[in-house]
Design a protein around this ligand. Structure first.
Ligand SMILES: Cc1ncc(COP(=O)(O)O)c(C=O)c1O
Length: 417
């Protein structure tokens, strides 16, 4: 089944906007995608007709209780979790990771080690550096390979020791786009007795997450990166979460996931989260006749991936034709399945900020800078202030948009060769 890009685009009002005569091209997706009307409508509907708090006997409160349960069930289905109890939902991946880091590391001893991969976004670095400072833990880094652009299993094995308590891994990089082999890396870390915390924020917009198949202990992602509202999701194995000490108010339930969800939830955004999962299910109905909701989500991802991979190769090929451009990530078209469609570039003579400005002037939205991929940027010797120009596709982008960005970069850099 071909990906119905025209129909998909019609679901996203933002995609039809233009500025100063330029139709907008959204290639800023790794920092957050646009949302379909159904998601925005679900948020608005809750706020306009059902707004309440939980635990009352009256209609809006009962509806809110049901909505919260459904959002967790939908998120569990989306991630392949065993149950809704395993999914903690909160403000963002970063704030959830800071919050859980205190519980995860509570029983670690001074001198114990946390291993962090060098390709992480700061959301999977900062929380561990801070708790390490507080508790006298040591941080060890596992570098990514500059040729394969991956965290190699041997490199991970080499930094593990009997003191390693936790390994923090990036599933897909927000800079290089590389997809790491999380199952293989998890096995190595767990064999050494460590817990594994995975950042799947950049994978989830492009590939189906299956936490049970991966075998890791924790996995975090953010629904605003996959066509949903501004929320973070943190999944943990039920038995691991249940064994942790929760930092919570005394009268808050000790049940999962409430024991880790502090304060009043963002109910309207939870309504949007359920609508986001439904968006994938509806799309999947075009590629599968199954009645199983997870199968439908999986079918949606397959169609989306089959569409995105050739588009990614077209983008990389176009960029490679431009004199003076370097790409920081996998460029071999036969390895496109090992990367998400996030492509970071630099030009020999033109600064990323200037390229991003030229593109913005032409209605093409991209990011420049380190984009919080602070460690990989520094590891690659790239000046942090300017960083890279990052072009990130989502499944609503088209061949014509890819041609437009390539042409615009060519023009922006033409006089600088
Ligand atoms: C790979 C990666 N991890 C973590 C984050 C942080 O996510 P959040 O904004 O939900 O804290 C981002 C955000 O861009 C990201 O790209």
């Amino acid at each position: 089944m071909l990906f119905p890009v025209t129909e998909v685009r019609s679901l996203f009002p933002a995609l039809n906007q233009s500025d100063n005569g330029h139709a907008r091209v959204y290639l800023d997706n790794p920092a957050g995608t646009q949302v379909p009307s159904s998601v925005a409508q679900a948020v608005a509907d809750y706020m306009l007709t059902d707004a309440s708090n939980m635990g009352g006997h009256f209609t809006t409160s009962l509806n809110t209780d049901a909505l919260v349960l459904k959002a967790h069930e939908d998120a569990a289905l989306f991630l392949g979790a065993k149950s809704a109890a395993e999914v903690i939902i909160g403000q963002s991946m970063t704030s959830l990771t800071f919050h859980l880091s205190r519980s995860i590391c509570r029983d670690f001893q001074p001198g114990d080690e946390i291993v962090i991969s060098r390709v992480e976004h700061e959301g999977n670095v900062g929380p561990w550096l801070e708790i390490a400072k507080d508790m006298g833990l040591n941080i060890r880094w596992v570098e990514f390979d500059r040729d394969s652009w991956l965290i190699e299993p041997d490199a991970l094995a080499a930094v593990l020791s009997e003191k390693t308590r936790l390994v923090c891994l990036n599933f897909a990089s927000n800079m290089t786009g590389s997809i790491n082999d999380i199952s293989a890396l998890t096995r190595i870390a767990q064999d050494a007795g460590a817990l594994v915390f995975v950042d799947a924020v950049q994978l989830a917009p492009h590939h189906l997450v299956d936490v049970q198949a991966l075998g890791c202990d924790f996995l975090a992602c953010s629904s605003y990166k996959f066509f949903g509202p501004h929320l973070g999701l943190l999944w943990g194995k039920e038995e691991v979460l249940a064994a942790l000490h929760p930092y919570k108010g005394r009268c808050v339930s000790d049940a999962l996931p409430e024991r880790f969800e502090t304060g009043t939830p963002q109910f309207e955004l939870l309504a949007g989260l359920s609508a986001t999962v439904k968006y994938f299910e509806n799309m999947g109905q075009r590629g599968s006749s199954s009645e199983n909701r997870r199968d439908l989500i999986s079918a949606a991802y397959k169609m989306s991936r089959d569409y995105e991979e050739p588009l990614t190769n077209t983008l990389i090929d176009g960029l490679n034709q431009i004199r003076g451009i370097s790409i920081f990530g996998i460029t071999n078209p036969n390895r496109v399945h090992q990367r998400v469609p996030t492509v970071s570039i630099r030009h020999d003579n033109k600064a990323p900020s200037e390229i991003a400005q030229s593109l913005a002037d032409a209605g093409i939205f991209v990011w420049h800078g380190h984009n919080y991929a602070y460690e990989p940027t520094r590891f690659l010797g790239i000046p942090e202030d300017e960083g890279v120009v990052r072009i990130g596709l989502a499944h609503y982008n088209t061949e014509a948009e890819v041609a437009r960005v390539v042409q615009a970069i060519d023009m922006a850099t033409a006089n600088n060769n």
